[in-house]
Design a protein around this ligand. Sequence first.
Ligand SMILES: Cc1cc2nc3c(=O)[nH]c(=O)nc-3n(C[C@H](O)[C@H](O)[C@H](O)COP(=O)(O)O)c2cc1C
Length: 178
Amino acid sequence: MNKKGVIIQGSSRSNGNTNKIVTFIKEKTGFDIIDLKTKHITYFDYDFNNSDDDFIPLMNDIVNKYDTIIFATPVYWYSMSGILKIFFDRITDCLKVEKEIGRKLRGKTMGMISCGSDSELKKGFEMPFIESANYLGMHYLGNMHTWIENEIISEPLKKELNSFIEKNVKMAYKQVKQ
Ligand SMILES: Cc1cc2nc3c(=O)[nH]c(=O)nc-3n(C[C@H](O)[C@H](O)[C@H](O)COP(=O)(O)O)c2cc1C
């Protein structure tokens, strides 16, 4: 059965610039949104003493409900946000302890949307997403970089986003469906 897609929003504010982009994508795709800011997820612990926080139930939900996972992150200091990096670090829980969840990631599709103040995304930003997808056995559908000027998504950027959604996101979604 066709599963829905989800956008995992990793911003330090729920209704900031990244959310403007995320809302635009949701409107075009019907994907659900998970706002990591509203979850209690602590940084990786080698002793797994944090296994009672929100991470495992959230991840369990994600692997069971969705086949396409788009990470949306602001650019903070040339990197993904801390909130999203903590989420990625915690995927290690799914390789070491909750292995069934980890196995379910295999074959799913990952994409990434970055949102900065600069129109240029520095070289290397995308690498952790590409390599993590590889490592986890996920397909990588690509990245689109966005930026917000005067609190709005500019018309040219809307066009670019539409084309990314049609060519990358919806194509990947259809392939999963078949
Ligand atoms: C801690 C911090 C670091 C930032 N570093 C960068 C950066 O390296 N490059 C950039 O283009 N913008 C940078 N910005 C600007 C944000 O990426 C930009 O305002 C983004 O749209 C914010 O999205 P948000 O409202 O979801 O947090 C930074 C902002 C913050 C708060």
